[in-house]
Ligand binder design. Structure first.
Ligand code: ZN
Ligand code: ZN
Length: 161
């Protein structure tokens, strides 16, 4: 209970620091994203509505966009998925996504600090000063590997008595 309240205090302070009013809508959206990291707008709306039933889809989209611009939320877009949001914004972490079920896991920055990867520029390109490297790992999660084994190995069961 106290922790939840501390979170709200921190968000209220951050909103004020960005010159935003502390509104029930903004706090409800932040709390929902905190509880459900890597969620699409639709799930955030559903979660935030449990606290604030009068919340409209429109205002959730507006708040999500605004908080992302302020870097209070991070937005990323995996392939074949709607944009996902999270409150973990202060590090250069990457994401691993399961290509089978869409499960998303955080992956810590590979070298411990941004930009984590240094690109190689060939002669034809104009090198940029890199600030962020955002890597999307794609693979198969353990649950999906488990269920694929069960699906693909029926002969084992026939051999057993
Ligand atoms: Zn999976
Ligand atoms: Zn993340």
């Amino acid at each position: 209970m106290t922790e939840h309240f501390d979170g709200q205090d921190a968000w209220a302070a951050a909103l004020r620091a960005h010159g935003r009013r502390v509104t029930k809508q903004r706090l409800a959206v932040l709390a929902a994203v905190e509880r459900h990291p890597h969620s699409p707008a639709e799930s955030i709306l559903a979660a935030a509505r449990t606290e604030l039933p009068e919340l409209t889809a429109q205002s959730v989209y507006v708040v999500l966009g605004d908080l992302t611009d302020l870097h209070m939320l991070r937005r990323f877009e995996p392939p074949h998925s709607p944009a996902l949001y999270e409150t973990r914004v202060d590090d250069n972490h990457h994401h691993a996504i399961c290509i089978s079920c869409g499960r998303v896991e955080d992956v810590d920055c590979a070298v411990g600090h941004a930009p984590c990867l240094t690109p190689h520029w060939d002669e034809k390109s104009k090198p940029m000063t890199i600030q962020i490297a955002d890597v999307m790992y794609q693979g198969i999660c353990q649950d999906c590997q488990q269920s694929q084994k069960q699906t693909f190995n029926p002969p084992l069961q026939i051999n057993e008595k």
